[in-house]
Design a protein around this ligand. Structure first.
Ligand SMILES: [Zn+2]
Length: 421
């Protein structure tokens, strides 16, 4: 029996097909790698621009290479509801991370354009040229340009071939001197909303297609070096050791206990090195990384303080010298309550359960928060929630639900509720 194609399922299928088409633009055949201002990146930008034009939008590129499609409101030149996400990828990444948040709104605008529907505000869909930081080791380039917070020092960063970002931009026809003009004026942006695949297993495990993001988690990172005393694995008795690796291991287990059980708080030791270690040597040195994140800064800070105190205690007891170096700190970016409410209302109107959750990963919305209230809609990630990986998947049904909720959100979008909060 043939299934009836509703407009929503048609849109869902179109989004999935577009994601496949866009994934063809890669630097490495057989995998998806699309870094800033490579040929693959230019190809994807041209494709996005074409879909935007077909959807009735005027398209421009700014100095950072962002692709900006504008769907005018009933009054030309009106302030815009901004949406979008990034179209660069990590190496061997997934096809929905970032890209979904660009193609989904374009598919929705195409629907309104067919119906001749306009809103009292403009809609701007931004394909952010760079978010992941792969090529030039600097992240959020596209969204920072639009927020007016682009750090021009990174123009001197070089890629693996030794070309600086400045050279690469000029060669591609983007003038770094034009970056300040890429900044959007606060009065011209009503809000920024980003649709993004969850990149984690929460919605999947709870059987929910969509989630409202409460905040983009803040993060603190450390590199911790332990210095004990190397010795012979056979001859140094256990109670006479100053084992640097075991100090690191004990800290690791403490972090797991301390960060466990509190929703939104996570702690990770992603690197654990025993330099020049050997099977028959008690480790004299160990180096670990620590990454602690939480949606609420106070929760993160309390965990960081406890971990630092535990490092002192453990190293004193084990007679191990320790140096702790903070390598990164970012405060959390809360999603605006009025926008969260409007996402939740749109989800409920579509007959779906409403779930709120923090984002443990960083997103373009973090940068745009400098000029506008921001909020995000998460879409269920299949395959155990894996992302930044070729096996990242989502379903056409969830794409359809997300498109229906996004459309509903825009159709009911009301900035006046911002002032009541
Ligand atoms: Zn992303």
């Amino acid at each position: 029996m043939a299934a009836t194609l509703t407009p929503a399922t048609e849109t869902g299928a179109r989004i999935m097909a577009w994601a496949d088409t866009l994934a063809v633009h890669t630097e490495q055949p057989g995998m998806l790698t699309r870094t800033y201002l490579t040929d693959a990146h230019h190809g994807a930008a041209a494709q996005l621009a074409e879909w935007m034009r077909e959807a009735g939008m005027t398209v421009r590129r700014d100095a950072a290479g962002n692709v900006i499609g504008r769907y005018e409101g009933t009054t030309p030149g009106a302030p815009a509801l901004l949406t979008g996400s990034h179209f660069d990828t990590v190496r061997d990444g997934g096809r929905y991370d970032g890209n979904l948040g660009v193609i989904l709104p374009v598919a929705c605008v195409a629907g309104w354009n067919r119906q001749g529907k306009r809103f009292p505000f403009a809609i701007e869909v931004v394909g952010f040229a760079e978010e992941e930081g792969v090529r030039f080791k600097a992240t959020l380039l596209g969204s920072r340009a639009i927020a007016g917070t682009f750090d021009t020092n990174v123009l001197d960063n070089a890629d693996d071939s030794g070309k600086t970002m400045r050279e690469v931009m000029r060669a591609a026809g983007f003038d770094p001197a034009g970056l300040p003009a890429a900044a959007h004026q606060r009065e011209q942006v009503l809000a920024f909303v980003e649709v993004h695949i969850e990149q984690g297993p929460v919605l999947l495990n709870e059987g929910l297609p969509l989630g409202v993001v409460t905040a983009i988690s803040g993060a603190t990172r450390f590199i911790v070096e332990f210095e004990g005393l190397a010795g012979h694995a056979g001859t140094v008795p256990m109670d006479m050791r100053r084992d640097a690796a075991m100090a690191g291991a004990e800290i690791g287990l403490y972090i797991e206990r301390r960060c466990g059980g509190l929703p939104g708080l996570v702690g990770t030791i992603g690197q654990f090195n025993v330099p020049n270690g050997a099977a028959n040597v008690v480790p004299g040195r160990a180096v670990i990384s620590i990454d602690i994140r939480a949606g609420e800064d106070a929760v993160r800070q309390a965990a960081v303080n406890d971990v630092l105190a535990e490092i002192e205690r453990v190293c004193a007891r084990r007679n191990v010298r320790v140096t702790v170096r903070k390598t990164h700190e970012a405060v959390s970016v809360p999603c605006a309550p009025w926008l969260q409410t409007q996402w939740a209302d749109a989800i409920a109107r579509q007959g779906l359960p409403v779930r709120h959750l923090p984002s443990g990963a960083g997103h373009d919305a973090m940068a745009i928060a400098a000029i506008a209230d921001v909020a995000m809609l998460f879409v269920r990630c299949g395959n155990g929630g894996i992302s930044h990986h070729p096996t990242e998947i989502m379903t056409a049904e969830d794409a359809a639900s997300a498109a229906a909720v996004f459309s509903d959100f825009v159709e009911h979008f009301d900035k006046s509720s911002a002032r009541q909060q």
